[in-house]
Design a protein around this ligand. Structure first.
Ligand code: NAD
Ligand code: UDP
Length: 313
């Protein structure tokens, strides 16, 4: 019998890559999305697949959900640009939405993976960040709707596990990039690549000395599926990301180098609470899931640039 999987946020960047991989591996996939930040074009190629079903709905809106074996809860806007415009939607997708899915997982005895984030570490005082670090989050700041709702989403997963024995795992995703991020998404990779291809100057926020570590989407999808499909885990939360820490200035220069553009760099103010450094400690995923990200930044950027070129941004 085919394994049936519900993917919330399945029309988004990560979700659509996950749906595609699941279908090609023979799973039956139900994608639920409200197309808030997702795009129909991300899943157009999947709509005619006999094992693919789309539910066009907000996860917060009551309605029946199919009985499934596995649930990936990815539904949440994730771009800092949206934290100002959609704080309530974001806060509730990760709390109310997570609660609905935990109830559903309990009702149909499904295994669930909750997509959390490196943002639960806030502006970290520990570097690199292991899963045991409890974080430094400004709960009332502009990023709080995202960071703190992911933190409470995690707390709910642990409560359902303890009280109702729901089999739920949490993935803390570090900055991931690749094809299908919206070019106006606001996150740094699609922004820099789009600017470079359009011959516009790359907008570095602050002095560009802040760091991030960038994981290519195919590696991330491998990590998500390893977390879902590994039995007898020692832990219930895993960092997934790549340890290739770069300053934002280095990233900008790499994009300039790969795009052969006349663009230059301009500097704009740093947004409030923008974390200074971020790099995952992935010892746990490496040793317990046997997961290792493989795609070097330069190679991943080339694939991403080809995608945006093909869309002729
Ligand atoms: P995305 O915006 O491309 O995808 C999110 C998807 O969820 C979109 O298709 C959107 O329409 C849908 N969605 C949002 N709120 C919804 C709701 N209330 N009901 C139904 N659908 C809803 O972003 P992404 O980068 O693909 O992120 C996917 C998940 O991974 C998110 O939970 C995000 O927090 C997490 N994450 C991503 C990254 C990253 O670097 N991409 C890093 C950390 C965590
Ligand atoms: N950033 C930037 N210019 C942009 C977009 C983002 O300098 O046009 C910076 C941003 O301030 C942050 C880093 O790039 O320091 C990563 O930003 P992103 O929004 O991609 O992710 P997050 O801050 O959530 O890690």
């Amino acid at each position: 019998m085919r394994t049936e999987v519900l993917v919330t946020g399945g029309a988004g960047f990560l979700g659509s890559h996950l749906c595609e991989r699941l279908l090609s591996d023979g799973y039956e996939v139900v994608c639920l999305d409200n197309f808030g930040s997702g795009q129909r074009s991300n899943i157009n190629g999947l709509l005619d697949h006999s094992n693919f079903t789309l539910i066009d709905r907000d996860i917060r809106v009551p309605g029946s959900l199919p009985s499934v074996d596995q649930i990936y809860h990815l539904a949440s806007r994730a771009s800092p640009k949206d934290f100002t415009d959609f704080p309530v939607d974001i806060a509730l997708a990760n709390t109310q939405g997570t609660r609905r899915l935990l109830d559903h997982a309990r009702a149909c005895d499904a295994r669930m993976v909750f997509a959390s984030t490196s943002e639960v570490y806030g502006d970290p005082e520990v570097h690199p960040q292991p899963e045991t670090y409890t974080g430094n989050v400004n709960i009332r700041g502009v990023r709080g709707c995202y960071d703190e709702s992911k933190r409470f989403g995690e707390t709910l997963t642990v409560a359902y596990q303890r009280k109702y024995d729901v089999d739920v795992r949490t993935i803390r995703i570090f900055n991931t990039y690749g094809p299908r991020m919206r070019s106006d998404d606001g996150r740094v990779v699609p922004t820099f690549v789009t600017q470079a291809l359009q011959g516009k100057d790359l907008t570095i926020y602050g002095d560009g000395e802040q760091t991030r570590s960038f994981c290519y989407v195919d590696d991330l999808v491998d990590g998500l599926m390893s977390l879902m499909n590994t039995d007898n885990l020692k832990h219930d939360v895993y960092n997934i990301g790549k340890e290739n820490e770069r300053t934002i200035k280095e990233l900008a220069n790499e994009v300039l180098d790969l795009t052969n553009t006349r663009s230059e760099i301009t500097y704009e103010p740093l947004p409030e609470d923008d974390p200074g450094r971020r790099k995952p400690d992935i010892t746990r995923a490496r040793t317990e899931l046997g997961w290792e990200p493989e795609i070097p930044l330069r190679e991943g950027l080339k694939k991403t640039i080809e995608y945006y070129e093909s869309k002729s941004v």
